[in-house]
Ligand binder design. Structure first.
Ligand code: AMP
Ligand code: FE
Ligand code: FE
Ligand code: ZN
Length: 292
């Protein structure tokens, strides 16, 4: 069984439509794929239909932009009821923060002599609910300012670069709680990918585990072999589920091919058990895993 629990479609900043993503996952020999767009469930419906046709098991989830102790944390939420009012409100607020920051980024680029308008960004991001730096990057590529997304981030969009603008992110603990209320389970995406090893450290991860965290995404391209060994040991100590995923973005991210990292079947089974418990406690109608 090959299981990939973290992928993006055009509903956020991937380059495949949700249907194309699911077909690509089946074509890559995966048995299970999770669609986890940033801060939105809008890709789910299209993915569901395609998964049935392609004969692949589909897990519906999302990757929520949160903040904890001053640092950004990406939180994967699996199988929550997307109509839960608290979850809907939390996502709406994050998406509003995303949208309001785009004009500010474009203004900064114009200050630096780049003629870029909102419509340039809209043109390269059909179908997205979560407009972000990747789309601004794509617009810069389209305009011939840079050669690819990576260069756009390096020159313009990374923190400390001229067009970087911060945005609202929800509190990690609040999102963990609202996902639980919506009957879902949470896994920290690439825990050491953004801020380096040991951030968060084992004590902090233990506190999150106490607060209901289900798992850690250990096998991710942002972690080297040493990070993975240590994160796996931490997850084991704390009884957290260990996941492995590609964080596929289509053409939008290099070295993140579907299935480049995978989740062990027994870890996936544990995650689904936890999700079943969360669903029951919540009293919500949660999206089941779709089996072909
Ligand atoms: P945002 O959420 O709008 O701040 O954008 C963050 C997203 O940009 C991440 O989820 C990544 O998918 C993407 N990203 C960050 N750095 C890079 C990079 N160097 N090259 C391509 N994509 C990137
Ligand atoms: Fe992304
Ligand atoms: Fe992420
Ligand atoms: Zn991701």
């Amino acid at each position: 069984m090959r299981i990939d629990l973290h992928t993006h479609s055009r509903a956020s900043d991937g380059t495949d439509t949700p249907a194309a993503l699911v077909r690509a996952a089946a074509g890559a020999g995966l048995d299970v794929v999770a669609i986890t767009d940033h801060d939105t469930a809008t890709g789910w419906a299209e993915a569901e239909e395609a998964a049935q046709e392609a004969g692949i098991e589909l897990v519906r989830g999302m990757e929520v932009s949160t903040r904890h102790q001053g640092a950004g944390v990406h939180l994967l939420a699996y199988l929550p009821d997307p109509t839960h009012p608290g979850l809907e409100q939390a996502l709406a607020k994050i998406l509003a923060g995303r949208n309001s920051r785009v004009p500010a980024m474009l203004e900064r680029l114009r200050t630096h002599g780049i003629a870029i308008e909102a419509q340039d960004v809209r043109r390269v991001s059909p179908g997205t609910a979560a407009t972000g730096r990747p789309h601004v990057a794509d617009a810069l590529v389209e305009l011939g300012v840079v050669s690819d997304r990576t260069e756009a981030f390096r020159q313009w969009l990374n923190p400390g670069r001229p067009a970087y603008v911060d945005r609202y992110a929800a509190s990690l603990l609040d999102v963990m709680s609202v996902v639980a209320q919506a009957g879902g389970v949470t896994v920290i995406a690439h825990p050491w990918g953004r801020h380096g090893p040991d951030q968060p450290d084992e004590a902090e991860i233990a506190a999150l585990s106490e607060a209901g965290l289900a798992g850690l995404e250990v096998d991710h391209q942002d972690h080297d072999a040493g990070d993975r060994d240590r994160l796996r040991a931490i997850a084991r100590n704390l009884g957290l589920v260990v996941t492995g995923s590609s964080d596929y973005h289509g053409m939008g991210k290099r070295d993140h091919d579907l299935g480049v990292n995978t989740t062990a079947p027994e870890e996936y089974a544990r995650l689904l058990d936890l999700a079943a418990g969360a669903a029951e406690r919540s009293g919500r109608v949660t999206p089941p895993v779709l089996r072909p």
